[in-house]
Each structure stands twice: as structure tokens, then as C-alpha cells.
Design a binder for this molecule. Structure first.
Ligand code: LLP
Length: 409
């Protein structure tokens, strides 16, 4: 979002007030230019490497976002049959989709294989089932848990010993036994360390573990290092230095390929990195409560629309779009849900008045996809602004949407 010399905010030249008037509040707005820029940034960080981006679409599954990703050459990582179907509706071929399940019913894995997707097998029982079911007729990757703890907070770490995800690297002998028993065609090793990882070091550590493990698998075509790059949630925030990380991983990857004796593909599955900064949640201030202890700003949204601050204590930067030059005061920005849904405590904002439009930044990833209908509230509309044009890509829900699955007896 840009702030002009006249102190007005805009997204690709469009005034947020216009969007809120036109499409209602609260409103999710995504800037297509930012998504394109992030994709290019990642591609440029790995020059000379056969690198593929598999967008972890759990971050944002709007079909128009998926289509945009497909158009710019980004493939897909999905975690459920629902995401798989959405990917196919958005025009992806099954072969462009990776299915990375977490302890799902094996029938879901069958669905993915039948759709032509490649599976990251995440447990020994699933590996057994895969071998029994497909022998060596279908390729798969194995999701390794490298036992490395990294991530913004413990809830979003996925590779430490205590994590439920993947097959521990310590079980390599068992893995090899099952692979041999059924002659399973293992074409890749996968791992995902966690989310919000700033430093290169954990990425390098897990890459080394994967390269070492890969020596036991003679027919690999792919090393998949997952996602988890840290984006900026706070202006000036330290983020993953992609050029540095790209350079360091590329060096190690090329060394590994030459030792392995074959050029492999390197895959990444970023979610946040590609879409977080593209998104804004615009809300309207309903009530400003001058409590003796605090100034409370209530907005027409809550944990039902953006749960990250309440679930992880995540920081989302807030702008007062209507009054950017107001006197700075500390506020608790809170929602309208009957829970303590605090978006921000003691946050310095330009004076907030009832009716002001506020913008939560970094709302492009894990915003609407983690939303709910709690308190019988409707999900907001979504807008994609691309090539200077704002288009409605999801209408706001209505009572009918809430009632359509209920059966009155
Ligand atoms: N690959 C796998 C297997 C994953 O489980 C995830 C995220 C990703 C890739 C993408 O990670 P990213 O690049 O977005 O960090 N809801 C949390 C994040 C949970 C991520 C779960 N897995 C949040 O809002 O911070």
C-alpha cells in the first residue's frame, strides 16, 4: 500500500475507502503485483538451479489466486482432497500438484494418486500401504523429519523431534526396509522445517540432513526443502535474505548433485513468502471506548476473520487509512466476537475515530483460509487488484450460506 504526498493510501492507485464502499467492510484485498514480484524474487535467488516453486496453497486457496500462480508458472502443494480439487478447478494438471498429507485416511492418498498428483509419504504405515497398493508402479517422495527445531513460534515448527510431521530420520533403516520390500519408486525426499524462519542456518542444516539421507536412495529426481521463509510483519523487520539463502543452498545443492552423480530438481513450497504481503484486511472502526485503563478500538471483524494474532500472538501492522496524520495514541484494537479477540495491545496509531477504516497488513496468507463462522458471522468478500483493476473474487457470505448445511428436525 502506498502513502501519497497528500497523505492518502492506495493499492495500485485505488483508494481503500472506495473499495470498502463498493464491496463492504470487512474486506480482504490482494495486490497481484506483489504476488508476481515475490515469485520473481524467489526465482532469481536460484540462478542456474533447476528449481520449482510449489505454492503451499493452504495460505490462500482463492481460485483466482491459484489461477494467477498457474499463469506465472508456479506449481502447487496441497494438503487435502479439497485443496487438490481447487487446484484442478484452477486449471492445474494433477502432475503439477504435490500432495503433502499429515496422517490422513489412506483413501485421500488414493484420490491424489488417481488425480496424477505426487505424494509426500509422511509415515511408515502410509509407506507400507503405498507399497502394498502400488508396488513400483507409482512414484512418491518421502517426508523426512530431520529433528531440527526452527520457526517463529513452537506452534508453527514442524521438524523438531516432538513434531507430528514426517518420518523421523532416525527411522531410516525401517524406511529402507519397506521401500525394498515393495520395490517402491522413491523419486524424492521432502522436508518442511516450519514457518517464519529468518536465518539461513536451519535451512542449510536440514538440507545437509536431506542430502546425507539421499545417498541411500539411488533413483532420486527431487529434493524438496519445503517452505517457511520469513516475511516482514513489522516495517523494518528482519526477513530471510533470499539471495544469500539461494546462494548458499545452491552451492550445497550443486555439490550434492555432483557427488550423487545426477542433476536433481530442487523444490520449495512457500506459502507466506508468496502471498502474505500481498494482502490487506480492511475493517471499519465501530466503537472507540475511552476506558480509564485503555483506549479500546472495536472493529467490525474479529478472530473469525483473522485469527493469527490470537492464535500465535502474531504481530500484524495496522494502518489508520482514514486518518494517517492524526495524533499518535496507544490503543487496544479488538474485535466484535464474544471472546477476547485482541488484534493488538497498546498499539500506537494515529487517532482513531468511529467509522475510520483500518488496514491489517500481511493478511494475504493464513487470513481467510483460517477464518470461521464463529458467532454466526459471515466471511468477508475478497478482492484481487491486478493490472490496476479491482475484481471481486469472493462475495461476502450471507445468512443463506450459514444455513445451507443445516437440517431442521
Ligand atoms: N509446506 C508444508 C508441508 C507446510 O506444512 C507448510 C505450512 C508450508 C509448506 C508453507 O509454509 P510457509 O511458507 O507458509 O511458512 N498458520 C500458520 C502457518 C502454518 C503453516 C503450516 N504449514 C501461520 O499463520 O503462521
Amino acid at each position: 500500500m502506498q502513502l501519497s504526498d497528500q497523505n492518502t493510501y492506495s493499492v495500485q492507485g485505488i483508494d481503500p475507502h472506495y473499495l470498502v464502499e463498493q464491496f463492504g467492510s470487512p474486506l480482504y484485498v490482494y495486490d497481484g503485483t506483489t504476488i508476481r514480484r515475490k515469485v520473481t524474487e524467489l526465482q532469481h535467488a536460484f540462478p542456474g538451479i533447476n528449481m520449482k516453486i510449489k505454492y503451499a496453497c493452504k495460505a490462500n486457496t482463492n481460485l483466482s489466486i491459484l489461477r494467477l500462480m498457474r499463469e506465472i508458472g508456479v506449481e502447487l502443494d496441497v494438503v487435502s482432497p479439497g485443496e487438490l480439487e481447487m487446484g484442478m478447478i484452477a486449471g492445474y494438471e494433477g502432475s503439477q500438484i504435490t500432495f503433502t498429507p499429515s496422517g490422513v485416511p489412506f483413501e485421500e492418498v488414493r484420490e491424489a494418486v488417481e488425480a496424477g498428483a505426487i505424494v509426500n509419504v509422511d509415515s511408515i504405515p502410509l509407506l507400507e500401504w503405498f507399497g502394498q497398493t502400488y508396488g513400483n508402479t507409482k512414484p512418491c517422495l518421502i517426508r523426512i523429519k530431520p529433528n531440527v527445531a526452527a520457526g517463529g513460534n513452537v506452534k508453527i515448527m514442524t521438524a523438531h523431534a516432538d513434531s507430528k510431521f514426517g518420518i523421523s530420520v532416525l527411522l531410516l533403516d525401517e524406511i529402507l526396509e519397506v521401500v525394498k520390500k515393495y520395490n517402491i519408486k522413491i523419486i524424492g525426499l521432502h522436508q518442511h522445517t516450519g514457518s517464519d524462519i529468518k536465518d539461513a542456518e536451519p535451512f542449510l542444516k536440514v538440507a545437509d540432513i536431506l542430502f546425507e539421507t539421499a545417498k541411500h536412495f539411488p533413483d532420486l529426481e527431487v529434493i524438496d526443502l519445503g517452505g517457511g521463509f520469513k516475511v516482514s510483519y513489522l516495517p523494518g523487520d528482519a526477513i530471510t535474505d533470499m539471495d544469500l539463502l539461494g546462494k548458499k543452498i545452491s552451492e550445497r545443492f550443486e555439490k550434492f548433485c555432483s557427488e550423487y552423480g545426477r542433476k536433481l530438481q530442487l523444490w520449495f513450497e512457500p506459502g507466506k513468502f508468496l502471498v502474505s504481503e500481498s494482502g490487506y484486511l480492511f475493517v471499519k472502526t465501530t466503537v472507540v471506548k475511552e476506558d480509564p485503563a485503555r483506549h479500546f478500538v472495536h472493529v467490525d471483524s474479529g478472530l473469525n476473520h483473522l485469527i493469527r494474532p490470537m492464535m500465535y500472538g502474531s504481530y500484524h501492522h495496522i494502518l489508520n487509512v482514514t486518518n494517517p496524520t492524526g495524533e499518535i495514541k496507544p490503543y487496544n484494537v479488538v474485535g466484535y466476537i464474544c471472546e477476547t479477540d485482541t488484534f493488538a495491545s497498546d498499539r500506537n496509531l494515529p487517532e482513531v475515530r468511529p467509522g475510520d477504516v483500518l488496514a491489517f497488513l500481511n493478511a494475504g496468507a493464513y487470513g481467510l483460509t483460517m477464518s470461521s463462522n464463529y458467532n454466526a458471522r459471515f466471511r468477508p468478500a475478497e478482492i484481487l487488484i491486478d493490472h490496476g483493476q479491482a475484481k471481486l473474487i469472493r462475495r461476502r457470505e450471507t445468512l443463506e450460506d450459514l444455513l445451507k448445511t443445516q437440517i431442521e428436525i
